[in-house]
Design a protein around this ligand. Structure first.
Ligand SMILES: [Zn+2]
Length: 174
């Protein structure tokens, strides 16, 4: 069975470059190395093409994300609209996705100390798959051992011992 390689269109390429330009250079470099290794592995590419879904996030955007799972959908809508973000789905509005308020997240620095990763699929959809993120995390840590993964905050190689697992999240602090 022939498979078409997943490729970013021009708009997606531009948005990836813009997000990475707002991330700490060492973190962006490590991401580039990990991405290159992933793309060079046909089996890994079957899981999708890694993309950065978030680099820098303003404090206002962070407050809007913090509101998910805590405020009404309408309040979330207003917070998102105020900082130019599209609405989240009703299901997403009910989910707590962060414990950090505006200014507290490592995404709120400029350049950002953190980036979030997902996998673009051949059909154009974006998937957050823990198993795929685990494999990507290994490449990120291999690229730069100072990187901390959000599903292994204590960096012991285990994900089950974490109180809060932020699977898409990678950060380089200090
Ligand atoms: Zn994150």
């Amino acid at each position: 069975m022939a498979t078409t390689p997943i490729q970013l269109n021009k708009t997606q390429q531009a948005s990836q470059a813009a997000r990475l330009a707002q991330v700490r250079p060492e973190l962006a470099t490590a991401y580039g190395v990990a991405l290159g290794r992933w793309m060079g592995d046909r089996k890994l590419m079957l899981l999708g093409l890694p993309i950065v879904t978030q680099g820098y996030r303003s404090s206002a955007e962070q407050d809007a994300v913090f509101a998910q799972g805590r405020e009404t959908p309408y309040q979330i809508h207003l917070l998102r609209k105020a900082c130019g973000l599209d609405d989240v789905s009703a299901a997403e509005a009910k989910l707590i996705v962060t414990y950090k308020r505006g200014g507290q997240s490592n995404h709120n620095h400029l350049p950002s100390w953190a980036l979030d990763v997902a996998h673009l699929q051949a059909d154009g959809s974006v998937k957050w798959d823990n198993a795929a993120l685990l494999l990507f995390a290994r490449l990120m840590r291999a690229a730069d051992e100072r990187i901390t993964w959000g599903a292994d905050w204590d960096r012991d190689g285990q994900t089950v011992d974490e109180h809060f697992q932020d699977w898409p999240h990678f950060e380089l602090v200090g």
